[in-house]
Design a protein around this ligand. Structure first.
Ligand SMILES: [Zn+2]
Length: 446
């Protein structure tokens, strides 16, 4: 890929070298919820001044003060979970930014209007969430971007031009120069992220909470990427928000500058000031985050029924989870890919749980990425170690019996050599098929 273009400093910012981000003020009043977290301030940004943000991939991110957080939610609207997220945010008087998918907006246009009516910021996330924008023709990328915007605008109806922010998040964060150039030419700001909570994985709500708080505490501020379509995220969100309040964090609501609403004055340095870089923990992020390729394998077959009836109360995603688990070898636990010192956040890989049918192209992406090979190599090593350990244990047990036990006792040794020489199975190979319980559930539902 071509090297990143030099950072364009804000012309406005040059006149504001002495400016500082206003300290978090008092939370806006939240009638009926005196203990609410609230939204401490509104940050107005000019996409043309700062076309790409998010330290996971770019030098710049939002000019947040210490302990300031911007909440973002991707891939909606999916009524049964998105509505729950909206209720939780309303109870806390918290404003967030939503990156909506065009086809989802077509399926649930009322979900888009609810965002607008609640005062949240609405951005877009392509028409059908392709995980291939890193090697897509400009013309094809343009179609995806423009169609996504058109679908969300159609859902918004009158006033769509003002209700829709020129904010965009690339699916899977799979950036490419031509895509960035097209978006910049349109005056659309690309949002990567500073933090994620892995909420697209099959992890518990408690784990989502743990990751969100742990990474935020390490970063002390930032753009947090979540998914309102996920039941686990809706389940984790109340605890996350309560903990943010308890730990003294402040929510910042981001809106685009308009003719009537000038950008918040900032110092250019504030867009570059991020703990990860300052502390030298992470000097630079890969242009394509490697974790996108970490869990390749058979993907779940999306079911339209996963969309659920419109405006239903969110329910536990038990059925959805079971279907997905039955259909695909879900990783139960991600292997430590990069050592223990730095835990890199993972990008949006939520297409793995797409509730509607999209064309999956991860296999081609994987073929183009040497990172997949690195991951596979590490898994092979881990598999060999496990097999070796199992063999040693087996030998210890088999040596005890006398008589014909001799051949049996020697077999595991050769078997272990074969195992060690073979590529290790995918991390979730043990979960390739539906469990006995899932089969029972299926039969019951049939
Ligand atoms: Zn997404």
């Amino acid at each position: 890929m071509a090297p990143r273009p030099p950072l364009a400093l804000s012309a406005v910012g040059l006149f504001c070298l002495a400016c500082v981000v206003a300290p978090p003020g008092l939370a806006e009043e939240c009638p009926g919820h005196p203990g609410a977290l609230g939204t401490s301030r509104t940050l107005v940004v000019d996409p043309r001044e700062h076309p790409r943000i998010g330290t996971m991939q770019y030098p710049e991110s939002l000019p947040l003060a210490d302990h300031e957080v911007v909440l973002t939610f991707d891939d909606g609207p999916l009524p049964r979970n998105s509505n729950k997220v909206l209720e939780i945010l309303a109870e806390q008087c918290v404003k967030a930014t939503f990156f909506e998918i065009g086809l989802m907006a077509k399926a649930s246009p009322e979900g888009i209007r609810k965002l607008r009516d609640a005062g949240h910021t609405i951005g877009t996330h392509t028409q059908d969430h392709p995980l291939s924008m890193n090697h897509m023709s400009t013309e094809r990328a343009k179609q995806e971007i423009d169609a996504g915007i058109a679908s969300v605008k159609a859902a918004l109806g009158d006033g769509a031009d003002t209700a829709l922010a020129p904010f965009f998040r690339i699916p899977g964060l799979l950036r490419a120069d031509n895509v960035e150039q097209y978006l910049a030419a349109q005056g659309i700001q690309i949002w990567s992220a500073d933090l994620v909570a892995d909420d697209w994985h099959h992890i518990s709500p408690s784990r989502v909470y743990d990751l969100a708080i742990k990474r935020l505490e390490a970063n002390r501020k930032g753009i947090l990427l979540l998914h309102d379509i996920q039941a686990r995220t809706a389940a984790a969100l109340p605890r996350i928000l309560n903990e943010l309040k308890a730990r003294g964090y402040h929510i910042v609501h981001v809106v685009p500058a308009t003719a009537d609403r000038p950008a918040t004055p900032t110092d250019p340095q504030q867009w570059l000031s991020h703990p990860r870089i300052e502390n030298g923990l992470i000097a630079h992020w890969p242009k394509i985050p490697n974790f996108v390729f970490a869990d390749l394998g058979q993907l779940p077959v999306p079911a339209f029924s996963d969309l659920g009836p419109p405006d239903t109360q969110p329910t536990a995603l038990a059925g959805f989870d079971q279907r997905a688990q039955a259909a695909a070898p879900w990783p139960q636990q991600s292997p430590p890919l990069l050592g223990s010192k730095v835990s890199l956040p993972a990008p949006d890989q939520s297409l793995f749980e797409r509730p509607i049918g999209f064309a999956f192209t991860l296999q081609r992406i994987a073929a183009a990425s040497h990172r997949a090979e690195q991951v596979a190599s590490r898994r092979r090593e881990a598999g060999a170690k496990l097999a070796s350990a199992a063999t040693r244990q087996s030998q210890g047990l088999n040596r005890r019996p006398a008589g014909r036990g001799h051949r049996a006792a020697t077999r595991p040794h050769h078997a272990s050599s074969e195992v060690a020489a073979r590529p290790a199975p995918p991390a979730a190979a043990g979960h390739r098929g539906p469990s006995k319980r899932l089969v029972q559930v299926k039969k019951k539902n049939a």
